[in-house]
Ligand binder design. Structure first.
Ligand code: SF4
Ligand code: SF3
Length: 544
């Protein structure tokens, strides 16, 4: 196997025998084969577009399949087998439809006529033949940009899939994915072409995040600030992790009046801000922190646990019998339940002890998405004009296990009192419960939401730039980001495609970027690695 798609990759180079994330070589091969087969489907779909044939089922299938290869989503080999067979069936059906319209059409050899082996074992062998080192572009910099696009597409696919589930889609997103995946098979394009392709990926991701924002706010209302308890109360309980608001809503409905409280974990924390989710009285509080602490935290939770998307960490034996997966997420041995049918989860929660006492552990604020922040824009603008707020920081992105991620905790702790921190995604758990106080009633720590709510943060930045009659790069705003998986790659490409400069990125830089590509990013965007909190704060704020 060869995988270097996430920040945790072995020795900051590549996982070659077993993933640091727990991914085994067979699943790595099946994921490589899925991406390979998706390139073939993309070629056929692109040919279909030229002939005026678009199968509306292909785009949503493509994003779901791509999402299933994202870090910490699906570790279950069987599920990849089912998906690969479905993919090829869809591709062949599309070929027939295109041929009906244009009988003279021919399709390229290679992934567009890939036939999956019958046994899982042979399928894995086919996948082993698709490992990255065997198919690199002869130009390492182009290979680097191709992989950047593929990982960015995985992030776009995640958001597009979530949006589709809630009824929002845009064919332009699917068209981009088809084009980029088809082009990744070519070797005749230059660096400029692939830089543009990466910027287009950023724009496709902006669209996908916009669709998801419309989907989430359309279905559940605009988030409003809310205080979320970190303790618990005596009752049966279910813990929901991942990113999927639709699953949470279905679970809240299904558990109403059943004597079960629902708690969020990780990226589900901001769900408490959505009016239509918040109105359920048994949607109680938040338990635990970010994904990499699951084994410790889940072992202490006395109820059923539901994983709706990434990040699943290898479940410990102590809770394997009461962790459930749904949607695209999977782990061999964990019970997988179909979306929307949570009866097995509820049954398990009722059979478990639940919390047997009440515990007050304080509370945290969330719900500062674009509507809430822009609703008090006048107050924020006045505070900047009066000098009460000197600088904004977006300290955002993924969390992970590396000790170097303490940088983000220290960074936030050391910021002067006249600064405001906007945050989003699971990286916030490094500092989400710090009491930073407020400036003229504006909290100094504002949780904008999940990783996809980078869309909301961009809208806030654009609105502030409009109010101050300047560009986003001229605002007193600095972005200090942390990455782990491929959604963060997509978001970074979005920010770059919007021309945003001076981003600090950590804890380490992606292994798939070559020195030349990195130099290009530095020259064009002044992107820089994090150093120490003291040095970076000094560099941003001067000696103030
Ligand atoms: Fe390694 Fe990350 Fe790939 Fe897992 S997803 S195998 S940790 S690079
Ligand atoms: Fe976190 Fe997995 Fe990236 Fe949604 S839950 S941000 S790492």
């Amino acid at each position: 196997m060869f995988c270097y798609q996430c920040e945790q990759t072995n020795k900051s180079q590549a996982c070659t025998t077993m993933g640091v994330c727990g991914k085994k070589a067979d699943v790595a091969a099946l994921q490589d084969l899925t991406v390979y087969a998706l390139k073939g489907l993309a070629q056929v779909a692109s040919a279909g577009r030229e002939a005026g044939v678009v199968d509306p089922a292909v785009g949503p299938f493509m994003v779901a399949a791509m999402f299933s290869t994202l870090t910490n989503v699906n570790f279950d080999p069987q599920r990849f087998q089912v998906q690969l067979n479905e993919l090829v069936a869809k591709r062949e059906a599309l070929k027939i439809a295109i041929k009906a319209k244009n009988p003279g059409v021919s399709f390229p050899a290679g992934p567009a006529d890939f036939q999956p082996a019958v046994s899982l074992e042979d399928l894995v062998k086919q996948g082993e033949g698709q490992a990255i080192p065997d198919h690199r572009d002869p130009n390492p910099d182009i290979e680097s940009l191709k992989q950047t696009c593929i990982y960015g597409i995985k992030g776009v696919a995640a958001y597009a899939d979530h949006a589709y589930i809630l009824g929002q889609q845009d064919d332009a997103v699917y068209a981009y994915i088809e084009k980029a995946l088809s082009e990744s098979l070519t070797t005749d394009k230059d660096l400029g072409f692939w830089v543009n392709m990466a910027m287009e990926c950023g724009q496709a991701n902006l669209k996908a995040m916009e669709l998801l924002d419309a989907a989430n706010t359309g279905a559940y209302g605009h988030p409003t600030p809310v205080s979320v308890p970190l303790g618990h109360r005596k009752n049966k309980c279910i813990l929901v992790s991942g990113h999927d608001l639709h699953d949470l809503y279905n679970l809240l409905q299904a558990t109403e009046g059943k004597g079960i409280d629902i708690y969020t974990h990780g990226e589900m924390l901001p769900c408490h801000g959505y009016p239509k989710l918040k109105e359920f009285k048994h949607f109680y509080g938040h338990f635990g922190t970010a994904w990499q602490n699951q084994q410790r935290e889940f072992a202490e939770f006395p109820g059923a646990i539901l994983m709706t998307t990434n990040c699943i960490q290898k479940p410990a034996a102590t809770y394997m019998d009461h962790i459930f997966t749904t949607g695209l997420v999977g782990w061999p041995g964990a019970t997988h339940v179909p979306n929307g049918d949570f009866s097995a989860v509820i049954e398990k929660a009722l059979a478990m002890p639940g919390f047997t006492d009440d515990l007050d552990k304080g509370a945290v604020l969330t719900g500062f998405a674009r509507n809430a922040v822009l609703g008090v824009a006048d107050k924020v603008i006045d505070a900047v004009k009066s000098g009460a707020i000197k600088h904004f920081f977006l300290v955002a992105g993924c969390d992970g296990a590396k000790p170097g991620r303490n940088y983000y905790t220290e960074f936030v702790e050391k910021l002067p009192q006249d600064t405001v921190v906007l945050t989003l995604a699971c990286g916030k758990f490094r500092f989400f419960d710090k009491q930073l106080g407020d400036i003229d009633g504006i909290p100094r720590l504002l949780d904008v939401g999940q990783c996809n709510d980078a869309y909301s943060a961009i809208q806030i930045a654009v609105a502030l730039a409009g109010a101050f009659n300047c560009g986003v790069n001229d605002l007193p705003l600095s972005m200090v980001l942390s990455w782990y998986e491929q959604k963060a790659v997509a978001i970074l490409l979005t920010l770059l495609s919007l021309g945003i400069k001076n981003i600090r990125l950590g804890p380490t830089l992606p292994a798939f970027l070559t020195p030349n590509v990195l130099n290009f990013l530095v020259e064009q965007f002044n992107i820089m690695p994090i150093s120490t909190p003291d040095e970076d704060i000094k560099a941003i704020l001067g000696s103030a």
